[in-house]
Design a protein around this ligand. Structure first.
Ligand code: ADP
Length: 363
């Protein structure tokens, strides 16, 4: 299969339905061959943005460019963009072969070319032996693969995937996301994947954009978003986080003082870039918290908070605790090793927070 790699750029895109602004000044540059996820909660505008790229929606402001060319005025059928829908939208009365051939027949491709390309697409998704079946005779995962074959057979410039895994059960979802990633790598096709599931986005995409209420919150790799969330929303949506609202009371060069009710004043390393005195939120991941009994040794490179265990979930590899510290409820994730007991609900514990693993968020 011969596919060109293209870039896609959204520049100051805004879209409203009536008076409701659903996309607000969206700026994204997706690189040629990139696997890019649009991640956000339900209603954040992900599908609207994807449908806009496909040409099913029109934005009122801004530009949409493929390889630098504005496609705003190009109708959907002339964009050569392939979209896989959530429900696959296969024709139930047609065989798998005919479903995959459909787009080529519509484009009046020569018969021998159709045969060659459909054969190659079915082989690509491992369904060469299933051409004569109808979609109803296939498992959910196989139907998904037919939908993918049918989309890539037309050799689109862009592959758009709208929550493609949401109809599959959990094990199959994990398998299919690996398959989709493999297919994308094999074809090198610029791919945009919509999902509300952060794990799905993190495990498949090279980079992702996090959306909330039609506003782009942050763009980056999974690790950069996880380690350096730009704001409270991203910190809470990409992974789990503990948030403590407080104030930066003073900045002294390499260190600053952060004060919050119930925990007192902490001395923290000043983050790169400017840190200003004023309202701020301390964010840290549950797995970076060390938890111990009051009598156990508490390393001096952490700051320690006293609390009471509110709940414990034993997950096998780890245990997830909720601990009440003053008015706060914090989460600590402890790795589990056989023989190590669990902290009981109601027990007094200390939580050790690593100053190098905290982030200060200003909004
Ligand atoms: P997501 O894909 O992130 O779940 P959508 O893009 O589907 O979000 O929807 C974003 C917002 O736009 C929602 O508030 C939704 O109700 C609204 N919306 C979507 N489509 C339409 C439409 N055709 N008319 C009016 N409002 C719409």
């Amino acid at each position: 299969m011969h596919l060109n790699k293209v870039s896609l750029q959204a520049r100051h895109i805004s879209l409203s339905y009536g008076r409701t602004e659903v996309l607000k000044d969206i700026n994204i540059l997706i690189e040629p061959g990139e696997f890019f996820a649009l991640l956000g909660p339900s209603g954040s505008g992900k599908s609207t943005l994807l449908r806009l790229i496909a040409g099913f929606n029109r934005h009122q402001r801004g530009e949409l460019l493929i390889d630098g060319q504005d496609i705003t005025g190009t109708p959907a059928h002339q964009r050569n963009v392939g979209m896989v829908f959530q429900n696959y939208a296969l024709w139930p009365h047609m065989t798998v072969w005919d479903n995959v051939a459909f787009g080529l027949v519509e484009r009046r491709a020569p018969k021998d070319e159709i045969k060659r390309r459909v054969g190659a697409a079915l082989e690509l998704v491992g369904l060469s032996a299933f051409g004569e079946r109808r979609p109803g005779q296939l498992s959910g995962g196989q139907q998904q693969r037919v939908a993918l074959a049918r989309t890539v057979v037309i050799e689109p410039k862009l592959l758009l995937l709208d929550e493609p895994l949401s109809n599959l059960d959990k094990n199959l979802r994990v398998q299919m996301r690996e398959e989709i990633k493999h297919l994308q790598r094999t074809l090198g096709l610029t791919t945009i994947f919509v999902t509300h599931d952060q794990e799905e986005a993190m495990t498949t995409a090279d980079r992702m954009a996090v959306l909330d209420h039609g506003i782009l919150q942050q763009v980056g790799s999974a690790a950069s978003l996880f380690d350096f969330p730009a704001n409270r929303f991203v910190a809470g949506f990409v992974g789990t986080t503990n948030l403590i609202d407080g104030q930066i009371t003073a900045v002294h060069g390499q260190h600053l003082s952060f004060e919050a009710p119930g925990i007192g004043t902490l001395s923290l390393p000043t983050p790169e870039g400017a840190a200003q005195p004023g309202a701020s939120t301390l964010a840290f991941r549950p797995h970076t918290v060390r938890m111990c009994k009051p009598a156990e040794t508490q390393e001096s490179d952490r700051f320690w908070l006293s609390g009471l265990v509110q709940s414990c979930e034993f997950l096998g590899e780890s245990s997830r605790y909720r601990v009440r510290v003053g008015d706060l409820s914090l989460i600590a994730h402890e790795p589990h090793f056989s023989g190590a007991g669990l902290h009981e609900v109601g027990a007094e514990v200390r939580l050790g927070i690593d100053p190098l693993q905290v982030r200060l968020l200003t909004h």
